[in-house]
Unconditional design. Sequence first.
Length: 179
Amino acid sequence: MPKINIGLTEQQRQGVIDLLNQDLADSYVLLVRTKKYHWDIVGPQFRTLHQLWEEHYEKLTLNIDAIAERIRTLGGYPVGTLEGFLKLATIKEKAGQVPTATGMVAQLVEDHEQVIRNLRDHVDSSGDEFHDQGTADFLTGLMEEHEQMAWMLRSFIEGQALDPNTQSAAADTQTPVGV
């Protein structure tokens, strides 16, 4: 393959590729959790959340593909194994937990907000440290999509009481069945 000459050094491209692989890993873990909650939701909010999460995981799937293709555009290779995703992700698995509907929504809000914080940092690093304004712009678009998804989820639980023991609705869990 001919050497890539797009105005970025090898170090700059690799720095951005590393950031993008972390974003890819977080997006994949968030996708899996969103799909799991889509499958497990019960109660009066079933239909609303089931449909909302389907919209979200479809958007996340498109974003995952776009991130992987951005990595390839820069001459890198996207992480592509579950082991790799779990190693790089800042969002951690919560195996065996099946939260209530409110707990699921609150957990997804926390996850999207984590992704937003990471993307905000990665936008700055891509532009300032690595001089890749293309990736900074790309990540800004992803961040805005996560901000919208987080807002939709936050709006769903706005005004609901939080668990008094933890002060977090995300701690609201049911007993796992067949997890």
